[in-house]
Design a protein around this ligand. Structure first.
Ligand SMILES: [Zn+2]
Length: 342
């Protein structure tokens, strides 16, 4: 074990760049990066403090309630706190629990493991996960693709996991085992279609678009307003894209299967690799209910967008994005939730 003096003299032998890297490394391991109410307030009201009910900026402080600052809106006369109409509204858990939970999500922990880690029940863990993901989905948005775009669709078995007969749900067919294989050959109405697109600037599109095989009308509907006119679309040779590229005034590069070469400028290599990561990501959750599939897509999308951020800061970023998003959902909304097709 080297002494502190040894380490100090070793540090002096490093180049400037190495010393900076070392400093960053030490600050990363030492930083606990806690999240304060002030951080949340700044994130939530980054465009100025506004009333969550009517968006008016004409507000004033209005005492405290259970230790939380309250405000009153002079326009609509309603009161609110820093967390009203956000993921944290009504939560009795301290901010530190939500930060730890966000960190569990960065690690991709299961609902059960995350529940054990922060010591809450599985049901609470479930709602924390999906409330965070609902907020992240609204915060991130569907996105916009432009320039050279790689696009392809992929299919997942439709799953009714988590739909309870008690809440008035009727199973359309006998349930498969979790994450089970689709019985019918090829693409059937028992599968749901996820459309994915990547551009060369790193923008990602990943949405649930339809049940069964995708048609060009599904493409037009799902991508309307999310793709730049004049872009160059690289796809496989599937015919559903032909009408779509014409309608949206895109240039089309059809990549014939079997002729894919990595050295071709127009290819769908990045997308194929994205699909592999997506399948692997979904497989860790052992059969995702279709009504929550979109949340899992946004979870992965978030991790892809922030993959180069410092590990220690990711949980905080996720939490601050979450609290800065206006979201009004209560537990009953989750019981009657439907799959989000674009
Ligand atoms: Zn107001």
């Amino acid at each position: 074990m080297p002494t502190l003096t040894d380490i100090k003299s070793d540090i002096l032998t490093l180049t400037n760049e190495q010393q900076i890297n070392l400093l960053n490394y030490i600050s990363e391991i030492l930083s606990l990066s806690p999240v304060s109410i002030q951080d949340c307030r700044e994130a939530r009201f980054s465009k100025g403090k506004a009333c969550p009910h009517c968006e008016s900026h004409d507000i004033c402080k209005y005492g405290t309630s259970s230790g939380k600052q309250r405000y009153k809106c002079k326009s609509c006369l309603r009161t609110f706190t820093d967390f009203s109409k956000s993921v944290l509204s009504g939560s009795k858990l301290p901010l530190s629990y939500w930060l730890e939970y966000a960190k569990c999500m960065i690690l991709g922990l299961s609902i059960r493991h995350a529940a054990e880690h922060i010591e809450v029940c599985v049901k609470t863990s479930f709602y924390m996960r999906h409330r965070i993901l609902d907020a992240i989905r609204l915060y991130t948005g569907m996105g916009h693709l432009e320039g050279v775009i790689e696009m392809d669709e992929t299919y997942f078995a439709e799953s009714f996991k988590g739909n309870h007969v008690k809440s008035g749900f009727t199973m359309p067919r006998p349930s498969r085992k979790r994450g089970g294989e689709v019985k019918k050959r090829g693409i059937s109405s028992e599968q749901v279609c996820v459309l994915t697109g990547l551009d060369r600037q790193g923008n990602i599109y990943a949405e649930l678009v339809c049940k069964g095989r995708m048609k060009s009308s599904d493409l037009s509907r799902a991508l309307d307003g999310h793709i730049e006119v004049g872009s160059i679309l690289c796809t496989d040779s599937h015919k559903s894209y032909t009408q779509f590229v014409e309608d949206f005034e895109l240039e089309h590069k059809r990549i014939e299967s079997g002729k894919r070469r990595t050295d071709d400028f127009y290819n769908i290599q990045r997308l194929n690799s994205f699909h592999s990561r997506l399948k692997l990501w979904m497989s860790r959750f052992k059969g995702v209910s279709t009504k929550y599939l979109v949340n899992y897509l946004y979870w992965m999308k978030w991790l892809e967008y922030f993959k180069n951020d410092k590990e220690v800061l990711k949980g905080k970023s996720m939490l601050l994005q979450t609290v800065s998003t206006q979201l009004e959902l209560n537990i009953n909304d989750y019981k009657v939730r439907a799959a989000l097709y674009r």
